[in-house]
Design a protein around this ligand. Structure first.
Ligand code: ASP
Length: 337
């Protein structure tokens, strides 16, 4: 039986044309499909377009819209392909990984570095690969398909602004690779999806990401406190907090904790993750404030996971449990609890 796929067109470069003011999304979902006529050989595709944006403008509202489109159409299709701008695709893929859990059907995000109607473009390959992967019996869950790689939705990072290999799979192998018509799985685990699918309908936007630079101090953290429910600190290396006399970060963190807010440690180094137990500048502060840390999770996953868990609970122990729970391959190094 031919697979039924829902193409969800949301804009991005893949669907953009040149205007006086630069590229902007103009190409409809139907037009996108017309560039990959070969897809008719293996799937029947319908199109829906909940919004058409440069992904710079995609945020919580659009993530919840996408969740709803998938939920409303879940029983009618075998798979979903979301065409999306590349700039925030890793965030959307991570957010959808938390909003839609235990899916035995594939929910694929793709896009391109060049518009689909240019003579030289990666768009046609990415779209065709995505449809092919979405039509595969063993594809499942939220993934990004890009430049011949299938990356778990929680493991992607945009690492190149121009090249076709824009995305990397961080601290985790790609799920599969696609070479022409061949799909080679490295992680073939659909049989391990035992739980029922769960759709979530909320995310808490009040999450602030604070990137440390040498000399950062705690003043701004005190100012942010009333407006945010969680603070993620992008620290250096495996993780530490500057603690010299006039710096005041530890003092500000104390106020955040006393106010019942969540504080999470992450690292600004992309690969290999955090481990605050290594250095005194990390271990002391982690113990003093009982700070959860991102370990091998990407920053995109850390941010959207905190948005998700804060919409579920405010109890610190429950928040910590959910934060360290592995969802769509997002964290491996969570066994030190
Ligand atoms: N600015 C574009 C977007 O994210 C870039 C892209 O799609 O590649 O929508």
């Amino acid at each position: 039986m031919m697979k039924r796929i829902l193409l969800i067109a949301t804009g991005g470069t893949i669907a953009s044309r040149y205007t006086e003011n630069g590229l902007s999304p103009q190409i409809s979902g139907e037009e996108l499909l017309s560039f990959v006529p070969e897809a008719k050989e293996f799937c029947r595709t319908d199109v829906i377009s909940p919004f058409s944006l440069d992904s710079t403008n995609v945020r919580r509202e659009q993530w919840l819209d996408l969740e709803k489109v998938v939920e409303d159409n879940y029983d009618s299709y075998d798979g979903f392909v979301i065409c999306h701008g590349t700039d925030t695709m890793a965030y959307t893929a991570a957010a959808l990984s938390y909003l839609i859990q235990n899916s035995r059907k594939p929910i694929i995000l793709t896009g391109a570095q060049r518009p689909i109607d240019l003579p030289v473009t990666d768009a046609r390959t990415n779209l065709l690969d995505s449809l092919r992967f979405a039509a595969h019996e063993r594809a499942h869950g939220v993934c990004i398909v890009f430049n011949g790689q299938v990356i778990a939705g929680t493991r992607a990072k945009k690492e190149r602004t121009q090249s076709y290999n824009a995305f990397s799979s961080i601290n985790y192998p790609p799920i599969a690779v696609i070479q022409e018509k061949r799909i080679i799985f490295y992680i073939d685990d659909i049989d391990q999806v035992k739980d029922e699918i769960v759709f979530y309908h909320d995310l808490n936007q009040k999450v602030f990401l604070y990137k440390l630079i040498p000399g950062s101090d705690g003043k701004v953290l005190k100012l942010l406190l009333p407006d945010y429910d969680a603070l993620i600190i992008e620290s250096f290396g495996v993780g530490g907090i500057p603690a010299y006399e006039e710096n005041g970060i530890a003092e500000a963190l104390k106020e955040w904790k006393e106010a019942g807010k969540m504080v999470v440690m992450a690292t600004q180094v992309t690969n290999e993750g955090s481990d605050m137990s290594v250095y005194q500048v990390g271990q002391t502060i982690k113990d003093d404030f009982d700070l959860p840390e991102s370990f091998d999770m990407t920053l995109e996953s850390t941010v959207t996971k905190v948005m998700w868990i804060l919409s579920e609970s405010r109890d610190p122990q429950e928040l910590k449990r959910l934060f360290y729970k592995t969802i769509n391959h997002d964290i491996l190094f969570n066994n030190n609890l």
